[in-house]
Design a protein around this ligand. Structure first.
Ligand code: A3P
Length: 304
């Protein structure tokens, strides 16, 4: 299998979702061995839904007392968000013959995963730990994923054609896909378990970051005080985690992260916009997405 292919069908289907063989060991090990603490926070996304942003925001929120967001030595200024909030199945549990020792990580520990709800370790479902799910509209997610896949591909693999990737994506064949089932599984979980699972939309976060970051902090048990709001702590966090700021930091502009398929850190920052898909999808493609979205989300209360 071409382990750098995130879209093409060199993927395994497991529990109804497609997974890369490269991370399959991590998936199983994580399901079997991960033991969350009640104070843990798990950030969950479909790939390219804004994981990097969510990691930065949550890290900055829950650590704001030890690391004020305007401090010159804030860890986000010198660390890629993915290094502050590691992936469970892609990274921590994906080492050959080695299980991670997570006991030395200071609380609150923040982890992330792309696993669908059905594949989340039971230990996560049984514990009091909090889950945040970030959802992004399928069109922008797809376009972002297509760009990302092509960045990871080498010369021998050539370019992944948009039409080819689109067709596969529509049929559910992409990393952690089907996209719609992934989103729906967490949407349902958030309705059933509102104190356990918080469902956030990338578009809403872009439109009104102040409100949604405060909502996130409330959910996680790290509410901002009125005094903090007054002196601009929330705004400082938004500024620190903004696309403009993060994408221009040296640490995010350079360097390669081996456990992320050899991809460059830079690949996690492209446009950071809502609606960029219009530059890539034809009206027919857009209609097909709308149709699938309507079919899949019908009756769920989820609209995009
Ligand atoms: P685009 O490719 O549309 O620009 P992920 O982090 O899940 O891999 O998602 C990557 C997407 O989130 C990319 O989308 C990237 O540009 C965007 N992104 C990264 N950092 C961001 C930030 N601080 N604010 C908003 N979007 C961000």
């Amino acid at each position: 299998p071409k382990d750098k292919d995130w879209v093409l069908p060199h993927l395994y289907q497991y529990q109804g979702f497609w997974h890369s063989p490269k991370y399959f060991r991590g998936l199983l090990a994580c399901q079997q061995h991960f033991q969350p603490l009640d104070t843990d926070i798990i950030l969950i996304t479909n790939p390219k839904s804004g994981t990097t942003w969510l990691k930065a925001l949550v890290y900055a929120c829950v650590n704001r007392v030890i690391y004020p967001p305007n401090s010159e030595n804030h860890p986000l200024l010198t660390n890629v968000p993915h290094d502050l909030v590691p992936f469970l199945e892609l990274e921590l549990y994906n080492e050959l013959n080695h299980l991670p020792d997570l006991s030395s990580i200071a609380s609150p520990r923040i982890f992330s995963t792309h696993l669908p709800y059905v594949s989340l370790p039971n230990s996560v479902k049984d514990s009091q730990c909090k889950v945040v799910y970030l959802c992004r509209n399928p069109k922008d997610t797809f376009v972002s994923l297509w760009h990302f896949c092509n960045k990871l591909r080498n010369e021998n693999q050539g370019t992944l054609l948009l039409e080819e990737a689109f067709d596969l994506f529509c049929r559910g064949v992409c990393i952690n896909g089907p996209y719609w089932d992934h989103v729906l599984s967490y949407w349902k979980a958030s309705l059933e378990l509102p104190r356990k699972v918080c469902f956030v939309k990338y578009e809403e976060l872009q439109e009104n970051p102040f409100v949604h970051v405060k909502r996130l902090a409330d959910f996680l048990g790290y509410s901002f005080t009125l005094e903090e709001e007054k002196i601009g702590v929330v705004d400082e966090i938004l500024k620190l985690c903004s696309f403009e700021n993060l994408s221009n930091l040296e640490v995010n502009r350079t360097g390669i992260l081996s456990h992320r398929g050899g991809g460059e850190n830079q690949a996690f920052f492209r446009q950071g916009k809502v609606g960029d898909w219009v530059k890539y999808l034809t009206p027919e493609m857009s209609d097909r997405f709308d149709q699938i979205t309507r079919q899949k989300f019908e009756g769920s209360g989820l609209d995009s």
